[in-house]
Ligand binder design. Structure first.
Ligand code: PMV
Length: 311
């Protein structure tokens, strides 16, 4: 066992969304999903102490009882040696809880740091299974590039893990169009549970995902950006449709989110290959190709752009 360990994990953005659990304790999803990892993410440094637990997020000590402290320490408790305390220092280079999937990179970085600290030497599949138990989407943040999270069939979740797809799309870019960095009104965990329990549209979701996943994988392996963009955008809108029909309804969109969608659709009609995806928040993630960087950033000034494959 080491005394300290520090690890980084990338945030990921789903192109085919994970929305709904078939089992909550182990975070087993109703469907498979597929994401792309960003160059941004979370660095977590763990130190064992004999004093008391401390959780620091972006330089700020978190109060015991706060959501972030409670979720982090509950996860560490599974592995705590006798008479030992954790100092957890987490730095996100993306805003926490702004729908930019910081919990995905957070739990992945925590699991990687635990693996180093306790010298478990686990492989990526086993680490992905562990990270999934912290936050579902975290299991995809163990990898770079395109990542598929397999739904699995078993009740113990041992066949429910993420894996990197052996494919690249050199000119793929993702732009973060920030509309609000405010904490969202309802977190993704509660929102997806409410959707599964109360939305009459949820029953359509598994078939939508299996068709979209098939088409998206074909597009990725054929280097077909237009199909990738179309499928990702439709899948995100279908996910939001299921939650709007929940009781009470869940609508993460703000006026500016809808205005951005109309702008994208207008320019697409004019011939610009620009698409979007959205998660549990008001911000848009734009999908486009490097060759269109100039027109896209002139339409969306201050867009934070990531080139996903070229190093
Ligand atoms: O892993 P969670 O509980 O943060 O849920 C993630 C849900 C979405 O971001 C909306 C979709 C996804 O697949 O990442």
């Amino acid at each position: 066992m080491k005394k300290t360990a520090s690890q980084f994990a990338p945030a990921n953005i789903a192109l085919i969304k994970y929305w709904g659990k078939r089992q909550s304790e182990l975070n087993l999803p109703v469907t498979s999903s597929l994401s792309i990892s960003l160059p941004l993410g979370t660095r977590t440094t763990l130190t064992l102490t004999s004093d008391k637990d401390h959780v620091v997020l972006n330089g700020q000590e978190q109060a015991p009882g706060s959501t972030f402290y409670t979720r982090t320490i509950a996860f560490c408790n599974r592995f705590r040696p006798l008479n030992t305390f954790f100092h957890v220092d987490t730095v996100n280079d993306i805003p926490t809880s702004a729908g930019l999937a910081s919990s995905s990179s957070g739990f992945a970085a925590l699991v990687l740091a635990l693996n180093e600290l306790f010298e478990w030497n686990l492989d990526k599949k086993a680490l992905s299974i562990l990270a999934r138990q912290g936050s579902g989407s975290a299991c995809r943040s163990l990898f770079t590039g395109f990542v598929e999270w397999h739904r699995g069939e078993q009740d113990d979740g041992q066949d429910c893990y993420a894996e990197r797809l052996d494919a690249r799309m050199e000119d793929l870019c993702l732009g973060l169009w920030m509309i609000s960095e405010k904490e969202k009104p309802i977190d993704s965990r509660r929102a997806m549970n409410l959707t599964v329990a109360t939305s009459p549209l949820y029953s359509a979701w598994p078939a939508i995902v299996s068709e979209d996943l098939k088409r998206l994988k074909e597009a990725i392996f054929a280097n077909d950006f237009l199909t990738l963009g179309q499928v990702a955008e439709q899948n995100a809108l279908a996910m939001h449709a299921t939650m709007m029909a929940a009781k009470p309804p869940i609508l993460y969109w703000l006026d500016e989110s809808v205005a951005a969608m109309h702008k994208i659709w207008k320019w697409r009609k004019e011939g610009l290959n620009l698409f979007f995806t959205m998660d549990a928040g008001p911000n848009l993630k734009l999908l486009f190709q490097k060759k269109d960087l100039v027109p896209v950033t002139s339409l969306f000034p201050h867009l934070q752009v990531f080139s996903l494959f070229s190093s």
